[in-house]
Design a protein around this ligand. Structure first.
Ligand code: URA
Length: 239
């Protein structure tokens, strides 16, 4: 992988300013300063930025901002797979953590830590997921009140809304913690709303932030530890 890509995947900075950082001699590869941002590196190289080693985690966990029109599947089916957006070097390893509908955008995680993946998907751990929703008609105080109680969303399933924040007449943020099939659309549908736009903006304490649609980045160590802790795992124990 190229050195600038390696650093940007680790959330160090935007790719553009990483080039400047490298050109100014702040990055060392195997003990020698490197000025060529396109240098090819591999897992055996020791990369140091400003005197601090840039961690190479045993597992790869990525955050993607999924665009519309991509399927949360491992292979292309009716639509292109989100895996097409994952850098080549991680595509074979990373597995999707849950799914988003084709027309849903936003935060999608991928990891090759199988235990973490299984736990994040397990409703027992109640991982909160927050969505920004646009609907087709006015959001009302009575809707806001109604979602405070458990909602029968059909097929024998009950949804529980942890939090609803109405942003304006047609937009709201909603947090749920179970991850049922089409959960958000079914919750709003129950009150005769069509969901026009749906974006996941947070997952288990991680936020999408300014990651651009179609882009992927590795989680920082702090984010990864936060995710592990949300399912009662410890960083030191998973090595
Ligand atoms: N709920 C939905 O209805 N769709 C998604 O993609 C995610 C949650």
């Amino acid at each position: 992988m190229r050195l600038d890509r390696f650093l940007s995947m680790r959330g160090i900075d935007s790719r553009k300013s990483i080039k400047k950082v490298i050109r100014s001699g702040r990055v060392e590869v195997d003990g020698k300063p490197v000025y060529d941002f396109a240098m090819e590196i591999n897992g055996n190289n020791r990369i140091v930025l400003d005197g601090k080693e840039v961690e190479n985690e045993p597992y790869v966990t990525l955050m993607m901002n999924k665009p519309e029109g991509y399927m949360s599947s491992m292979v292309d089916e009716r639509y292109p797979s989100v895996m097409n957006l994952v850098p080549d070097c991680y595509r074979k390893r990373a597995r999707l953590v849950g799914r988003l509908d084709n027309d849903t955008t936003g935060l999608l995680l991928l990891t090759d830590n199988g235990i973490l993946n299984a736990r994040l998907a397990n409703p027992k751990y109640g991982i909160p997921k927050t969505y920004r929703v646009e609907v087709n008609h006015l959001l009302t105080p009575s809707f806001e009140e109604a979602v405070k109680s458990p909602i029968d969303i059909g097929k024998g399933e009950i949804a529980n809304v942890d939090n609803l924040r109405i942003l304006d007449e047609y937009h709201a943020e909603i947090t749920v913690h179970e991850g049922k099939y089409h959960e958000i659309k079914r919750i709003f549908g129950k009150f005769s709303y069509d969901v026009i736009k749906l974006e996941r903006i947070a997952f288990g304490g991680l936020v999408l932030g300014d990651l651009r649609q179609g882009e992927c980045r590795l989680l920082s160590k702090d984010e990864y530890v936060l995710l592990l802790e949300s399912v009662h795992m410890k960083f030191e124990e998973q090595l």
